[in-house]
Ligand binder design. Structure first.
Ligand code: PEP
Length: 255
């Protein structure tokens, strides 16, 4: 890792894949492959897989995350899961505002912010996703949009709490498509996110915040992407479902 002030975080996002027994098998396969990592290794798994994942990861360097969290502490919210529930289950990280949730489940910048605040209050580390669509990029709105989404997500988040916040720049056109941002596009997008953090909190916080890239990162392209100054690891979808590919990405971020 060449950015002395920040540690890379490689986080898998399993989406709606793997049953509990498949979770145990995949984590057991991954454990020895990532044991020497010099970066943080996180697996964000479906709610139903959390107990199996926490059990399988025990005693290893793999931390477990969830893929969403509700913003209320408790109450009549059928089907939802609170931050306190996740903490008690052994979860340390949570993905918030993934583009699939924004697109298919009505997630807005406001609910992303509320979820981020709820996660931080409970002691979880939010991995907050921001990113532009292809249309927004082609219209020239990438910088404006990334800065807006980043600042909206961080409304009422204190500078102190920023120590526990990770932002993932995930261009929507690169997620699950096999089309990856170039190394320079990733560095630029992550740089816009970092600039937004600097405008809100100042240079020191901006320099210290982990900003991941996500979008078709894989065993072949990870090394180039994570070598960029602004890219502090990745949020990995498809490639996090294959132990060997995921471990190659972890190794690339450990250099
Ligand atoms: C993701 O789900 O956040 C993601 C980046 O997916 P993929 O790596 O498959 O593009």
């Amino acid at each position: 890792m060449n950015k002395q002030t920040r540690k890379a975080v490689i986080a898998g996002n399993w989406k709606m894949n793997k049953t509990p027994s498949e979770t145990t098998a995949l984590i057991n396969e991954m454990k020895p492959l990532v044991a020497d990592a010099d970066c943080d290794v996180v697996l964000c798994v479906p709610f139903i897989d959390i107990a199996a994942a926490v059990e399988a990861a025990k005693g290893s360097n793999i931390k477990i995350g969830a893929e969403n969290v509700h913003f209320k502490e408790s109450g009549a919210y059928t089907g939802e899961v609170s931050a306190a529930m996740l903490v008690e289950a052994g979860v340390e990280y949570v993905v918030i505002g993934h583009s699939e949730r924004r697109t298919y489940f009505g997630e807005t910048d406001q609910t992303v912010n509320l979820r981020t605040l709820a996660a931080l209050k409970a002691g979880l580390k939010p991995i907050v996703c921001v990113g532009e669509t292809l249309e927004q990029r082609e219209l020239g709105y990438t910088e404006t949009l990334l800065k807006f989404q980043t600042k909206m997500a961080l409304t009422n988040v204190s500078a102190e709490d920023m120590k526990n916040v990770i932002i993932a720049y995930e261009p929507v056109w690169a997620i699950g498509t096999g089309v990856t941002a170039t190394d320079d596009q990733a560095d630029e997008g992550n740089g816009f996110v970092r600039a937004a953090i600097e405008e809100k909190y100042g240079k020191d916080v901006a320099k210290a915040t982990t900003v991941q890239y996500g979008g078709s990162m894989n065993a072949k392209n990870a090394e180039g992407l994570v070598s960029k100054y602004n890219v502090d690891g990745g949020l990995i979808g498809g490639a996090s479902l294959k132990a060997e590919d995921f471990s190659i990405i972890v190794k690339a971020a450990s250099k």
